[in-house]
Write a protein that binds this ligand. Sequence first.
Ligand code: HEC
Length: 481
Amino acid sequence: MDFPYYPINDFGPLMKGMVIGGVGIVHVFLAQFAIGGGILLCVFQWLAMTGRSKLAREFVDGYFRWLVLISFVLGALTGVAIWLTTIQISPRTIGLMVQEFHWLWATEWTFFCLEVGSGYAFYRYGPRLPDRTRLGLLMSYSFASWMSLFWINGILSWQLTPAQWLEDHTVWSGFFNPSFWPSLIFRTITALAEAGLFACLVINLVKAWTRAEKKEMLHRAFYFLAPMAAMPLVGFWYFAVVPDDSRRWVMGESVAMTMFMMLGVGTSLLIGCYAVFMIFNRRNFISAMTSLLLIALAMGATAGGEFVREGMRKPYTVRNVLYCNSVTEEEIARLRIEGCAIHDPYPLKDAAEIPTEQLRLGAKVYRLQCSICHTVDGANGILGLTRTWTPGQMRLNIAQLQRTKPFMPPFAGTAQELEALVQWLAWREAESPATWETSDRPEVLRQIQAHLDEVGTVSGLELMHNKLGDGKSAKAAQSQP
Ligand code: HEC
């Protein structure tokens, strides 16, 4: 048996995706700040060296301390936290990413080492060093941190648009996938904007400067928000290369995604308006409180953007290869015959409280196939979603899960397992009574089998494309955007 069983953790009432998302969004935000911050410091160091600004050198030292504190301490901690949570929640996906791109991860880590090395050197010796060395260290710091974005971005964007890689499985066609460039450029613009906003906060905190001095520096910092003008263009580019089913969800077919998208666009627009206001009117001032508020808005924009990017990939963690519940497209047909739970080596936590064998099987099926995106009665709780359904409706809709909602994977088990799941849901809904009749009527199982066979193991996205009659399969649609 080569289907890998990893232990499955449960974070209810939180959905697992929310756990990764919570850590991920904070990390992305801090990491982008580190990248933009490095570039911003290079520019300010250059301003100081060329005599364009008397205050720039002092600013560089002050800002750098914040940058190091936030990006090294919080950034590194949340970075480790991402590895920790993702391997708890989705070990098979992480395994596949490491397997396909191990040398690129290794390369990324060498840049991270360079970033830490030059950052630490600047932190320790910066104030005593001559200007040229300072600039050198800052350039090496920001180059290294941007390069770590470069490498990670290729691996993350591959998850949504593997395109050519699906045919040839080479590292480089996976890495330079269709969404690589737009997302790299978009993140770089975001990084610069974040760095500019943090600069406003730091400038406000310098006690020694007069209001006029602060104003001069604030206006310089705001130029780092100017590239945001290109965001709509790069955004369109991104949405032009993502699979069109994903785009449809964002454009309204999945309203939660649409709303998060609007949150991202709306907050970015507000920040952009403020930037225009600052850049074109030299008399304006921005206080520490306003800077903080803008930083919070930027965090909201990041949250919206990351939610959409991750959500768009459903039902896959690696498109057309691996479903979110760690079953591959290819394995489903086999699991429909063999069953998904027969070799699951892990006992149920509450096995003693479950009265029958069938219900215990149902609990395992839920844990293996559904618990990655659902909780029982918390966020996206499965009991709530099925509360009004009849048993027949439940059997049909779960057997044809990919038709029920194309962002769910096809059911990957036997008719017996499906019935066990239905019974377990009914038993939980009935508040887990001490006895429960086993359901094993052959005509029910035959009916479930017929439902399963009717749609087969084709993914919901493939079905969507066929129905739209655009003549393109889901795979073809994403390699030729
Ligand atoms: C890739 C993530 C994912 C997986 C895996 C998944 N679901 Fe879902 N499911 C969702 C999302 C997202 C929704 C939409 C919830 C909403 O509309 O509020 C949903 C909705 C549902 C609904 C309600 C459908 C409707 O039309 O109202 C049911 C029932 C359901 N899931 C059952 C299951 C079962 C049973 C499994 C396991 C065999 C499962 N899901 C696996 C993500 C998933």
